[in-house]
Design a protein around this ligand. Structure first.
Ligand code: BG6
Length: 466
């Protein structure tokens, strides 16, 4: 089953937002690259027919990425549509009919998580699940207990090897390339450990708010929305040990080991913030205590990392949109008796540009023994034909390659870590939109030598590219 290509793609939620913004563009890109030839069955309850569904696909492409006439024509011919209620067994009979002789479909659940259980059970009862695999959108549960329940439901119908849990950050090339860069460069390995690293910090900053998703976001908050999934995926790529082989399970085993080494997050090791104005957003409670900013401190009690604090911050309405990682090294012994020595660092920016920065002290232009911190920069240009995250994930899902998907034990470990703070309440401090979260009085989670300011390096990067 694993690594046997799917011979059809069935996606639920076919008339929804995700399909409109991400899935149709990914499907067209796959057709264009020659990696998609099988029937694609959209399923939804919208009282639509196939022509309306095809028109929706065209409209989606016009708005999101553009129409490639030839690729769209092929895509259009591959599309099928089933309109029906997910509660109704007749919907699943209709899917079976549309699938014709296909024997190994991939079911992609681009629907609200509250419907996952229902659809999975229906797939099981109707016989549709035979020989199939299932792909689920994030969020996978809302805490440890709900993730476990969901895993149980899934395992009632599908084998773990046939379950692919999407975290679109894993589909981003720079995120996966972290593993390549780490283990294809021996000089990195020489300092990538507790002997040399003083602290690690990850920032995922967004300069926009909840963009009309207030109803969803208010039930979610920053920890559930991006920390437990996207940022933990980045953290585990950064902290994992070398896999013994490059296959999916060897890589996923190492990532889970990192999470296992992390004790549950203590309430004293989190700062929660909320941008001013959030409570007036549509769908948000006027008394909301949901965090739109979080900063946390974790320990990774592994042989490699014990004693090195890991700091993670994420937030909406911050000064810039950027995701990056900074490892600060320990200071050298003080030969020069000068206080201006800044720790060396290694910076890896994932977006909006892909940059590696190696920070080192160089002597200033003066006769005294004074220096300044400078960065050696390596920037990777994105290419116009680079594969988007959804294209890569759908391609791998159809091929049955689970490397870029979260495994059962991984999602449960990730929830275990954040579970204690999810419902613990605690203060949520206001911050002004366009600032770096709550001010000093509230913000006690700060790495030694402070948070790195990505706006400085954004400007440097822009100057470098000019
Ligand atoms: C989503 C979150 O998973 O990721 C959003 O729900 C967030 O709140 C988004 O904005 C960020 O993704 P990207 O690819 O734009 O960095």
């Amino acid at each position: 089953m694993a690594h046997t290509p799917s011979d059809a793609l069935v996606f639920f939620g076919a008339t929804g937002d995700l399909a409109y913004k991400k899935i149709f563009p990914a499907l067209q890109a796959m057709v264009k690259r020659g990696s998609l030839h099988v029937p694609i069955v959209g399923v939804a309850k919208s009282d639509w027919n196939l022509e309306q569904f095809q028109a929706r696909a065209l409209d989606s492409l016009e708005k999101h990425g553009g129409v490639d006439r030839a690729a769209f024509q092929t895509l259009r011919n591959l599309l099928r549509y089933v309109d029906g209620d997910y509660n109704d067994p007749a919907t699943f009979e209709a899917i079976r009919r549309e699938l014709g002789t296909c024997e190994r479909p991939a079911y992609y659940l681009a629907i609200p998580p509250s419907l996952f259980g229902l659809v999975v059970r229906q797939l099981g009862h109707s016989g549709c699940a035979q020989g199939a695999r299932v792909v689920l959108e994030k969020p996978f549960g809302t805490d440890l207990a709900s993730a476990r329940r969901l895993n149980e439901i899934l395992h009632g119908t599908f084998d773990e090897s046939a379950i692919l849990r999407i975290d679109h950050y894993l589909g981003k090339r720079p995120v996966h390339n972290m593993i390549y860069s780490r283990f294809a460069n021996s000089f990195l390995e020489s300092f990538w450990n507790r002997t040399h690293v003083e602290s690690v910090q990850l920032t995922m900053a967004e300069d926009f708010g909840v963009q009309g998703r207030g109803g969803f976001y208010d039930q979610t908050g920053a920890i559930r929305d991006v920390v437990q999934n996207h940022l933990f995926q980045i953290m585990t790529n950064l902290a994992m040990d070398p896999p013994v082989r490059a296959d999916s399970e060897s890589i996923r085993d190492e990532k889970v080991k990192v999470l296992r080494a992390i004790p549950p997050l203590e309430i004293g090791n989190i700062v929660r913030g909320q941008f001013r104005g959030y409570r007036s957003e549509k769908g948000v409670s006027p008394t909301s205590q949901t965090e739109t900013f979080a900063a946390i401190k974790l320990e990774v009690n592994s042989w490699r990392w014990q004693g090195v604090p890991f700091y993670i911050r994420a937030g909406k309405c911050l000064p810039v949109t950027c995701t990056e990682v900074v490892l600060r090294l320990k200071r050298p012994p003080s030969v020069f008796l000068s206080s201006d020595i800044r720790p060396n660092h290694f910076r890896f920016r994932i977006s909006p540009d892909v940059t590696f920065g190696l920070g080192m002290m160089v002597k200033a232009h003066c006769d005294e023994l004074r220096g300044e911190s400078q960065e050696m920069l390596l920037m990777r240009e994105e290419r116009a034909d680079d594969m988007g995250a959804y294209e890569r994930l759908l391609r791998d899902a159809m091929a049955g390659d689970p490397t870029l998907f979260a495994r059962e034990d991984y999602v449960e470990e990730a929830w275990r870590i954040v579970d204690p703070v999810l419902n613990a309440g605690g203060p949520v401090c206001d911050y002004e939109p366009g600032t770096w979260g709550p001010d000093d009085a509230c913000a006690h989670i700060v790495p030694p030598d402070g948070w790195h300011d990505p706006t400085i390096t954004t400007a440097q990067a822009a100057a470098h590219a000019a």
